[in-house]
Design a protein around this ligand. Structure first.
Ligand SMILES: [Mn+2]
Length: 262
C-alpha cells in the first residue's frame, strides 16, 4: 500500500500558527520576522499552521502589500529548509502563490508528512467543531468557489478595504471562557478520533482555538496546538519523540544609532 506520507521533511519541526497579522499590533509582526530569522537555530523545518494573516488573498498578478515582508521572509527561509503551510479560515485563499512563487509546501486544508519516523497531519481546525450556526454559515460562504470568483474581480485596494470593514463583524470573537474551553475540548476529541482512525498517524497538529496544548491521546498519539503567536509569541518544537510548547523571546532591540549629520 502506498504511504500517505511523502519523504521525511526533517527531524525537528518548528510550529507556529494564528499570528492574525493585519489586525494584531505591529510588534507581533516584528517579533515574527525575528522568529523566522531564528528558525534555522530552533529546528530543521517549519510548519505555519493557519491564520498567519488575518486576511490573505492570492491574486493572479498582485501581492497584498501588508503581507509582503512576512511572505518574503518565508521565501528566504524556504531556500534553506522545508517550509510547510496550511491555510486557516482567515488565509485559505492561497492559490499557488505559496508553492509556485515561494517554494513553500502549501495546502489550503491538510498536510500529511513524516517527521523522523513519525506520521504527522497538520490541520488548522476551523469548520470541524464550530458550535455556532453563524460560524458554520460563514465557513461555507468563505469556502464557496463563487465567493472567491466575485472577490477576485474587485480591485485589490477595494477588496482588501472591504475585508477590513467587514472582518470585525464576521469573525467569531468570543471571549467567553466556557465557550472557548468547550471548543478546545471538542477539537482535542476530534484529533484523538483522527489519530484512532488513521493508525499511520502519530501526531496531529492544529491551531485555531488559540490554546496551547500538548496532549497524549488514549491511543498513544500526540495532539499538539502551539497556541496563538499573537498571544505571548507562542510556538512549539516537535520531534518524533514528542513536542514542547515554547514562547519566543525577541532579542533586545538595537540601540538607536547616534544622530548623524543633519
Ligand atoms: Mn482560525
Amino acid at each position: 500500500m502506498p504511504s500517505i506520507f511523502g519523504p521525511v521533511l526533517g527531524q525537528t519541526l518548528v510550529v507556529v500558527s494564528d499570528a492574525h497579522l493585519g489586525v494584531t499590533a505591529p510588534a507581533v509582526e516584528e517579533a515574527l520576522l525575528a522568529f523566522l530569522d531564528a528558525v534555522p537555530t530552533l529546528g530543521d523545518s517549519l510548519l505555519v499552521n493557519g491564520d498567519l494573516f488575518d486576511f490573505w488573498f492570492s491574486y493572479a498578478h498582485v501581492v497584498p502589500r501588508r503581507g509582503f515582508q512576512v511572505a518574503a521572509a518565508l521565501a528566504r527561509l524556504a531556500r534553506r529548509l522545508p517550509v510547510l503551510m496550511v491555510g486557516g479560515n482567515h488565509d485559505r485563499w492561497g492559490g499557488d502563490f505559496w508553492s509556485r512563487d515561494l517554494g513553500v509546501r502549501f495546502d489550503p486544508r491538510r498536510l500529511t508528512f513524516r517527521l523522523g519516523r513519525l506520521g504527522v497531519a497538520a490541520i488548522h481546525g476551523d469548520g470541524l467543531t464550530e458550535p455556532r450556526r453563524r460560524a458554520v454559515l460563514l465557513h461555507r460562504l468563505i469556502n464557496h468557489r463563487l465567493t472567491s470568483a466575485v472577490y477576485r474581480a474587485l480591485h485589490p485596494d477595494l477588496g482588501v478595504k472591504l475585508v477590513e470593514i467587514l472582518s470585525p463583524r464576521l469573525g467569531d470573537h468570543s471571549h467567553d471562557e466556557a465557550r472557548l474551553e468547550a471548543a478546545a475540548a471538542q477539537q482535542r476529541a476530534w484529533a484523538a478520533e483522527l489519530l484512532a482512525r488513521e493508525p499511520e498517524l502519530g501526531m496531529v497538529i492544529m491551531g485555531h482555538t488559540h490554546r496551547a496544548e500538548l496532549w497524549r491521546t488514549p491511543t498513544g498519539g500526540t495532539y499538539l496546538n502551539p497556541g496563538a503567536w499573537f498571544q505571548g509569541l507562542r510556538y512549539a518544537v516537535a520531534t518524533e519523540d514528542g513536542a514542547e510548547l515554547r514562547q519566543f523571546t525577541p532579542a533586545a532591540p538595537p540601540r538607536p544609532a547616534p544622530a548623524g549629520p543633519r
